[in-house]
Design a protein around this ligand. Structure first.
Ligand SMILES: C[S@@+](CC[C@H](N)C(=O)[O-])C[C@H]1O[C@@H](n2cnc3c(N)ncnc32)[C@H](O)[C@@H]1O
Length: 293
């Protein structure tokens, strides 16, 4: 997929409606007249809403300021967490995407491209990686660092809660490190899942100290020092149409990773299946009566 085809694959991040590409390829315009610009580095700005919610605007500002310090800073954090092996842990997370050469992957919140490099290696040769972030400076650094040999790489500025793709576009989607602070986190889980084909994987991780560690001396100090680690695993935000969900703890059990497979439809309970005998009827009625709220 070349750059023009990538632009053609984009849809309105709110409605999913078509976008019209200008002849010079410099803008995309939605049916209701919203214009999305392509900058001089070929990065298309698909940010939605145009005026970000305050929490997202703050994160964008912070990462735009910190982009040069980010790689060193984040590696130091993982070193403090039980002297974790950052490289091996990132490989572990990307393995969960189950990518193969030729596949099409999306990364949301790609930052400076630490995991993106591994994603590119997995879909080589011939695959496609679409990399996005909220922060122009972080994403530009990723673009400068990554090699596009034998692989199609496309970049866009985007809010993970409004993805500019049709349903079922990707074989797998990855996000690590930012979702706890997304202003519309539930919407982001819905979007990450919507754009993956049934059978494909979603892998998402962020800070959350494992419950059994929260009162131990060094982790209690960590939770005091950095409130981001107090976040709960946002398992209630996972959409209904998933299976094989697994929860992993990584980086000294201070970060979670949720992996799941997308299904074509949500599971259902067959409430019309005949009950196999009077014992069952009595047992369930008794339990239901006892549990009246
Ligand atoms: C801690 S960094 C993680 C970067 C990279 N994934 C890594 O593991 O090194 C979090 C990233 O999420 C991005 N981000 C924050 N809010 C976002 C949002 N609503 N949509 C997309 N990206 C977002 C930030 O700009 C930042 O680059």
């Amino acid at each position: 997929m070349d750059h023009k085809e990538f632009l053609k694959s984009l849809v309105c991040p709110l409605t999913g409606g078509t976008l019209t590409i200008a002849e010079d390829g410099k803008t995309l315009t939605s049916e209701d007249g919203v214009v999305y610009d392509v900058n001089e580095n070929g990065i298309v700005n698909m940010l939605y809403p145009k005026e970000l919610l305050p929490g997202d605007a703050r994160e964008q500002y912070l990462y735009d300021q910190a982009f040069l310090r980010y790689d060193k800073g984040v590696s130091w954090v993982f070193e403090t967490l039980n002297h974790s092996d950052e490289a091996a842990t990132r490989e572990f997370m990307i393995d969960l995407m189950e990518l193969k050469p030729g596949m099409k992957a999306l990364e949301v919140g790609a930052g400076t491209g630490k995991d993106s490099a591994l994603i590119l290696n997995r879909v080589r040769p011939g695959g496609t990686a679409v990399l996005s972030d909220l922060s122009p400076n972080m994403l530009k650094l990723a673009q400068d660092k990554l090699s596009a040999d034998d692989v199609n790489v496309h970049y866009f500025l985007g809010n993970g809660s409004y993805l500019p793709f049709a349903d079922d576009t990707f074989d797998a989607v990855f996000h690590f490190g930012g979702i706890n602070t997304f202003s519309e986190r539930k919407r982001a889980f819905d979007e990450l899942t919507r754009v993956v084909k049934p059978g494909g994987k979603v892998v998402v991780g962020d800070e959350s100290v494992a419950p059994w560690l929260r009162n131990t001396p060094t982790y209690a100090t960590l939770l005091k020092a950095n409130p981001l680690f107090r976040a709960e695993v946002p398992i209630e935000d996972v959409p209904a149409n998933v299976e094989d969900l697994k929860l992993h703890y990584i980086f000294g059990n201070a970060f979670y990773v949720l992996e799941y497979r997308v299904t074509a439809k949500a599971p259902e309970v067959d409430i019309d299946l005949p009950i196999p005998g009077k014992d069952f009827v009595d047992n369930w009625r008794l339990r239901a009566e006892k549990a009246v709220d």
